[in-house]
Design a protein around this ligand. Structure first.
Ligand code: CAA
Length: 259
């Protein structure tokens, strides 16, 4: 797929998506958000895609936030629309995707950039990266789900501290508070994400999607236990359940079909 602001490549069932606006530190303008919405929809519906690695071009920034220059003359209604459309089409779409998304944070993840990383199902961060939600320095608050997802990930106290002080934190500090899964040296960033997705690729695809859905239901207060019960039951109807159990009994590796 050819995009103006993204590089997207499917290799060995992993979709690599790079936000490619390096001169603007990969800031999210409207066009980039629209392209992200498109690539997420592609990942959702394409069986060959077993997981997505989302990163930013260069080594300076993952994403330095929403494009500040684009909304500098917005009024309240336009601001609300920006948040609503962005949340629905990109941030919530990633979180609700049946495919696991990993953010490979290669540098600054600020504002909408950290919000994008937090919408992903897992986060790996390069050891030089800095993370923060600096919106209050602009007279704003996070609008792409940051107040909710940061609170879910690190708890109310740390979330309020980070958002109201606008302080950036280091990669090790982010790992310590549970904001990221792993800190690695920059050269190992993509291979660490691949290591995780290569394990997931060996598992039953529908069960992986069901597990993500149930976990996300928990953090979004969306009938988590009931979601789990229903998804658990549906797994018994899959060919992959039969295959997984047969493989166990026959002491061989399962060959999942995703059906
Ligand atoms: N939007 C638009 N352009 C941006 C940008 C952003 N969020 N962040 C950086 N850029 C641009 C700069 O304007 C600059 O462009 P020019 O060369 O044309 O002037 C270029 O990227 C390089 O940036 P700097 O010169 O500022 O680089 P630096 O090394 O001095 O500083 C930085 C790096 C600390 C990340 C700094 O760029 C910065 O603070 N950026 C803004 C971070 C921010 O406030 N993000 C939150 C945005 S609001 C938001 O995201 C709202 C929401 O929740 C929906």
């Amino acid at each position: 797929m050819a995009y103006q602001n993204l590089i997207s490549e499917l290799k060995e069932n992993i979709l690599y998506v790079t936000i490619n606006r390096e001169k603007a530190l990969n800031a999210l303008n409207k066009d980039t958000l629209a392209e992200l919405a498109d690539v997420i929809a592609y990942a959702d519906k394409t069986d060959e895609v077993r997981g997505v690695i989302l990163t930013g071009a260069g080594e300076k920034a993952f994403v330095a936030g929403a494009d500040i220059k684009e909304f500098s003359d917005y009024n309240g209604k336009q601001g609300e629309d920006l948040a609503k459309i962005g949340q629905n089409q990109v941030f919530n779409a990633i979180e609700n995707s049946p495919k696991p998304f990993i953010a490979a944070i290669n540098g600054f993840a600020l504002g909408g950039g950290l919000e994008l990383a937090m919408a992903c199902h897992m986060r790996i961060v390069a050891d030089h990266a800095k993370l923060g939600l600096p919106e209050v320095t602009l007279g704003l608050i996070p609008g792409y789900g940051g107040t909710q997802r940061l609170t879910q990930l690190v708890g109310k106290g740390k979330a309020i501290e980070m958002i109201t002080t606008a302080s950036m934190i280091t990669a090790p500090a982010a790992e310590k508070i549970g904001l990221v899964n792993y800190v690695v040296p920059q050269p190992d960033l993509i291979s660490k994400a691949e290591e995780i997705l290569n394990l997931i690729k060996q598992r039953a695809p529908l069960a992986v999607s069901a597990a993500i859905k149930a976990v996300i239901a928990a953090v979004n207060n969306n009938n988590g236990y009931a979601t789990e019960i229903e998804a658990f039951g549906k797994c018994f109807e899959t060919a992959d359940f039969k295959e997984g159990v047969s493989a166990f009994v026959e002491k061989r590796k399962p060959n999942f079909s995703g059906k």
